[in-house]
Design a protein around this ligand. Structure first.
Ligand code: NG6
Ligand code: CA
Length: 501
């Protein structure tokens, strides 16, 4: 063999080896308030989501995957820590000036991936608090935050789009902030003299149905008061575009090394303010239009991975933080323009609820060449992503790490499409826990209203225990706890044991 040939061979085998050793990128598209029935690949026929459908048809679509909680903050906490949020107080829906909720001295999913050699980013909605006790200093360095719990980079909506401050944060600072016009935020009393929804409803481009009556920014009034920071304020109609662009930038920068992108979309949370490209396009009003916008986002991400040539080495997970809601405080015609669309599919309840629609969410795993296309009936919880990604990267978990997270790598990769997790714990808005196991669903007795006003969602609260035979009654219509005392007591005990763990 001539020297040239030897070198060529060496070169080829090195390239092959480095590709084989390259850890897979992970893109977690974590949507907000998207229901089980909101996508055409999950049976919707009043709206079409071709880009997400393509992920589902070329990847693995899960029919029994769950967020841990039926609201945002606790679902995100559980996903990133591998620990049920209800084990820790202060993890309910966070006000926009809350301090960082995830402790900096515990291991987290992004820290584990950093340790495995990944570059990690959080782009989009945060809603897990920022800064020290007492809340962040919006005009200075905002710390601790995502960078202290395992992310190398972040570009964030600090809380939610309906909470002040309505400005972007990049790494530890608010961007485009003019020091001569500092931001002030207050969640108790008015600061500055900008109009509020309560005092000046005539200035609103979107009317209110509940709450959200404080400072008006961009014609939309929010939860909380703010003043200043004018040059830093986002345009709601550009949120999806900005989040998509920053996500793609991060992927481009990191195309030669393994990366983890936690891409938390603002869509389809309120206020639903689609870009003009999508206004009126769904025929279902703004809620439908932002579903189309979300679908566009997914298409952009997939295209970017393709054009960077890294699709075959990237695992995309698509899911939602909790179930659907129609009227969530803004009068945006979500109910009036529903046109027969079923955001929760056949399931009962919705966002905030203990019934299945609160936490049963779309979940798709897509990895060309690695995950065989198909449909999975296996049970899976988002809390399992931490342990499963650790397994994928041969990372050992310490005894205290991710205590509620199971290794479900086989389920994610489609090697087990039938069984999955032995049980699911669901956590509702007022703290009620439910257990799904062996074809049954148990909801513990709870005080609290039956229906959440305005949203009109059944919360699932009942002073009596609730037991549904999910196998034959997936819609949770017949409470059969009196007929099955043995099943009931078994499930009560099991839930108690999980609580005591
Ligand atoms: C509720 C808000 C709702 C939404 C929710 C959090 C009112 C009346 N309702 O309190 O609009 O912001 O909190 O949603 O203010 S989540 O998806 O981030 O959990
Ligand atoms: Ca949410």
């Amino acid at each position: 063999m001539r020297i040239f040939e030897i070198f060529t061979l060496l070169f080829i085998s090195c390239a092959f080896l480095s590709q084989a050793q390259q850890k897979p990128n992970i893109v977690l598209i974590y949507t907000d308030d998207l229901g089980y029935g909101d996508l055409s690949c999950y049976g919707a026929n009043k709206i079409s989501t071709p880009n997400i459908d393509a992920l589902a048809s070329k990847g693995l679509k899960f029919n029994n995957a769950f967020a841990t909680s039926s609201t945002c903050t606790p679902s995100r906490f559980s996903l990133l820590t591998g620990k049920y949020a209800w084990r820790k107080s202060g993890t309910d829906i966070a006000p926009g000036d809350a301090a960082l909720i995830i402790p900096t001295d515990i291991n987290t999913l992004p820290k584990m991936l950093q340790h495995a050699g990944y570059k990690t980013a959080a782009v989009g909605k945060w809603h897990l608090g920022l800064g020290p006790k007492g809340g962040p200093n919006w005009n200075g360095e905002i710390k601790p935050g995502p960078l202290e719990i395992g992310f190398d980079y972040c570009f964030l909506i600090p809380a939610t789009a309906d909470r002040v401050p309505t400005v972007y944060m990049e790494n530890r600072h608010i961007i485009n902030l003019d020091p001569k016009d500092p931001i002030q935020v207050n969640y108790h009393s008015k600061v500055g003299n900008e109009p509020t929804g309560e005092e000046n409803p005539e200035l609103l481009k979107m009317k209110l149905s509940d709450g959200h009556a404080q400072t008006i920014v961009n014609g939309i009034s929010r939860i909380g008061y703010m003043t200043g920071g004018h040059s830093a304020r986002w345009k709601d109609e550009d949120l999806a575009i900005d989040i998509t662009n920053k996500s793609i930038e991060f992927m481009e920068k990191n195309k030669n090394n393994p990366f983890f992108l936690y891409m938390a979309t603002n869509d389809i949370h309120v206020p639903r303010s689609p870009n003009e490209k999508f206004v009126g396009k769904s025929g279902l009003g703004p809620r439908g239009d932002v579903i189309l916008q979300l679908d566009w986002t997914v298409g952009k991400v997939v295209k970017a991975l393709d054009s960077l040539g890294i699709s075959d080495n990237t695992l995309i997970i698509f899911s939602s933080d909790n179930g659907p809601v129609l009227d969530d405080g803004y009068a945006d015609f979500a109910n009036e323009m529903l046109n027969g669309h079923q955001p929760a599919g056949i399931y009962r309840g919705g966002k905030y609820s203990a019934y299945d629609a609160g936490t049963r969410v779309p979940f798709i795993a897509y990895w060309p060449g690695k995950i065989k296309p198909g449909v999975s009936q296996a049970m899976l919880s988002q809390v399992d992503l931490y342990h499963s990604f650790a397994k994928m990267n041969n990372q050992k978990l310490a005894a205290d790490d991710a205590p509620d997270s199971f290794n479900m790598l086989n389920v994610l990769l489609g090697k087990d499409t039938k069984k999955g997790r032995p049980y699911i714990v669901q956590h509702a808005m007022n703290g009620t826990l439910s257990l799904i196991e062996n074809g049954w669903k148990y909801i513990e007795p709870a005080e609290g209203p039956k229906i959440l006003p305005v949203t009109n969602i059944e919360l699932g609260n009942s002073k009596e225990p609730q037991l549904f035979h999910s196998k034959v009654d997936p819609k949770e219509e017949n409470n059969v706890y009196q007929s099955y005392p043995k099943v009931l007591s078994k499930m009560e005990n099991k839930l108690q044991a999980i609580k005591n763990k």
